[in-house]
Design a binder for this molecule. Structure first.
Ligand code: ATP
Ligand code: MG
Length: 334
């Protein structure tokens, strides 16, 4: 029996290098060995984009194309749309009895995301909605309705997985041992920083290089990336550990090139402009095959729709079976 993987992405924008190195690289490695459910989390995206339904809808298709472009194989991965599986919403309601409001308010991921969304939720989170506060509960439902055992994620998701395991333990202690405690699978790069030096490159943070960015866009973004502020002249020595340009060299370049960049930078033998130009070229080369594959799906929207339709059918079947067990355990199997 193959183990089951469940993971998800919010259709709030295109995929960026943070997704690729923080999470998607692991999807690629894992797609051959496991039963894989990949959720396009439109319901979760609506929790903080409820006033922009057109944005969420557009990005369901955009993000699916991005995921296919990186090389995920729809014959191995079940791509599905969260809202097409109403069992997730149903299970979220059942789980909402098993978690306290104060525990959700203390969840570090929820806290930091409320802090980033002041316009929507108020300076101190005083306008937080019931839906956004409860999204970790819906994420626990996402994972467990597919009997998910492994969850490849970036490290910003770890508090959400911990919350999911707590819900599982509580459920099992009351209704019988039905659910598995899911485990995270982290990449070697657990969190990719933003161009602005922010600790996270994020779709909603405006500091990302997207997989769809063309050469001109990459150039503009990299030229504005944060470098060592003490380096004024071209031949001043600098500290690569605080330079975002060096940081991205490490992601997209070979070990040999990275060590050359590091040594030259420390010795003052490399100007920032040259260093940025080399990074732009390396990023462009890295993104080329992805963008080429994506073109096929851009020209064949019907293929993308069919992949989502077929994947959602398989996901629905799995969720229906699991819900039957859960309802029996909860004595609501009328
Ligand atoms: P949003 O700001 O709308 O939440 P996001 O950029 O955080 O968007 P998600 O769809 O929430 O993207 O995350 C999808 C997956 O990508 C998750 O597993 C998350 O941990 C991972 N991820 C997102 N950004 C990064 C990053 N900068 N570094 C590592 N992993 C990341
Ligand atoms: Mg996120």
């Amino acid at each position: 029996m193959k183990k089951t993987i469940l993971t998800g992405l919010r259709p709030t924008g295109n995929l960026h290098l943070g997704h690729y190195f923080g999470a998607c690289q692991n999807y690629l490695k894992m797609q051959d060995q496991y039963e894989f459910y990949l959720e396009i989390a439109d319901v979760q995206a609506l929790t903080d984009n409820f006033q922009h339904p057109e944005k969420v809808r557009l990005n369901v298709f955009e993000i699916t194309k991005d995921l296919l472009a990186i090389g995920l194989d729809p014959a191995k991965v079940n791509f599905f749309i969260q809202s097409k599986i109403p069992e997730i919403a149903e299970l979220t309601i059942f789980y909402s009895n098993l978690v306290t409001v104060s525990r959700l308010e203390r969840n570090p991921t929820v806290k930091s995301e409320i802090g980033q969304k002041k316009e929507l939720f108020g300076a101190n989170g005083e306008s937080i909605t019931y839906g956004f506060l409860g999204y970790p509960v819906s994420q626990a439902a996402d994972i467990t309705v597919f009997d998910g055992e492994l969850v490849p994620v970036g490290d910003d998701q770890l508090p959400l997985l911990e919350q999911c395991r707590e819900i599982v333990r509580k459920f099992n202690s009351i209704y019988g041992k039905i659910l598995k405690e899911p485990q995270q699978v982290l990449s070697s790069t657990t969190r990719v920083k933003g161009l602005d030096g922010n600790e996270k490159m994020g779709k909603s943070l405006g500091n990302a290089i997207y997989l769809v960015d063309d050469l001109d866009t990459i150039q503009k973004k990299v030229m504005n990336a944060v470098t060592d502020p003490k380096k004024i002249k071209k031949d001043d020595p600098a500290d690569p550990s605080i330079c975002m340009v060096f940081y991205y060299h490490q992601l997209v370049n070979s070990k040999d090139t990275v060590s050359k960049v590091c040594t030259e930078c420390k010795k003052g033998k490399r100007g920032c402009v040259q260093c940025k130009k080399e990074l732009i070229e390396a990023m462009y080369q890295f993104l080329q095959p992805i963008q080429q594959r994506r073109r096929y799906y851009e020209e064949h929207e019907e293929v993308v729709l069919d992949i989502l339709e077929q994947g959602s059918k398989k996901a629905k079947k799995k969720a229906t079976q699991q819900m039957k067990k859960i309802k029996q355990a909860m004595k609501i199997d009328y």
